[in-house]
Ligand binder design. Sequence first.
Ligand code: UD1
Length: 420
Amino acid sequence: MDKLVIEGGHPLQGEVTISGSKNAALPIIAATLLTDEKCVLRNIPNLRDTNTMLKLMESLGKVVEYKDNTVTITSSGKINPFADYNLVSTMRGTFCVLGPLLAKVGRAKVSLPGGCVIGIRPVDLHVKGLKKLGAKMDIAGGYVIAKANRLQGRRVYLGGVFGSSVLATANVLMAAVLAEGETVIEFAACEPEIEDLSCMLNKMGANIKGVGSARLIVTGVKELKGVNYKVIPDRIEAGTYILLNAATRGNITLKGAESAHLMALDDKLEEVGVQMIQEGDCIRCKQLRKLHPVSITTYPYPGFPTDLQAQFMSLMAMVEGVSVITDKVYPDRFIHIAELNRMGANIRREGTNAIVQGTKQLRGAPVMASDLRASAALVIAGLAARGTTEINRIYHLERGYEKLTEKLTALGAKITREKA
Ligand code: UD1
């Protein structure tokens, strides 16, 4: 298994191009199940997760060609609506084939994704939403088994204990586009990735109104056509580079990035003392003054994203003073605390809060990556720390950061990938 070796303390400079959004790409790839026509998807990041999704599409009967971040998906003539445990269990994004399979084929057997280190991650909202549209849903042997003739448009309320759900909204939305009559999804997720999926579905001939809002009104159509569609930039990758820039007191420009998708980060960073400036399709950051500690609480969009919580904590660990970090989306997503503390951070968990006592400088140490975004937090800490950091289990990073070592090296980072 490979590890990353980082020699910290070098400010980063130059331009980095932000890849296409992983979390937009996954449901968008799944949406191609809704048509027999050819779909061309551009700006698809070459990541472990997107490749797993494409493998799943092949196993379901699609023909996939992937070259230079463009995926062409055509029909082999028959869809096999069975999503195997071995593919679905490796990442949760694959679960969003359930809605389109059900809508297009009338039946689906999709493995339950299971939990992961960031939480239990139930699928009750997905099941409830699809049931509301008239599907018969059973759970047996670790699989969700769904059947329906033509789904029926209904009012579906998708609010859960932790607010809206991104992938439940994607599943119900993709089922509703081919349902008979009108579906109103209340408490829909407003994440830009769901907005992007809605735009793609409308381009395929769907009729979705309220795109980007918490109330999606879908008038079902009989069929969808093929599409040529470009996926939005990855706001979490962009946010990670912005936080990394602040932590290393660097001077990097993000190309192909959208600050409108990072409103909460922008707001909090201004309090910290960093200004994000959008110039054309680039984001530049300017340090305004000595950095201040700032508390954050994560919420569904447009709140502060849980997928940037660990990276923000990493920055706060290096800003003198106290900040409090609370995650209202995944209240247990704090596994990175112990690893950051190995690098000299002073963070303690108190109930659902992480109390960060920022220190001037972290020190390099061997650490273990536990999940995708926690790993990104360790990369930030390692790049800013004094000395050498070794990050083990880096396969997590390959799930979500395209060409990470190449991009960082081009910015002047001292980072190498070595055999552990
Ligand atoms: C997506 C993102 C993930 C991000 C998360 C929250 C993808 C592929 N993944 O995951 O990176 O961290 O949104 O922004 O897009 N919940 C329920 N019942 C359900 C579904 C979810 O209680 O049926 C809970 C979850 O446990 C969590 C909260 O709702 O506490 C939000 O989860 P959700 O938005 O569904 O996350 P995902 O869509 O799985």
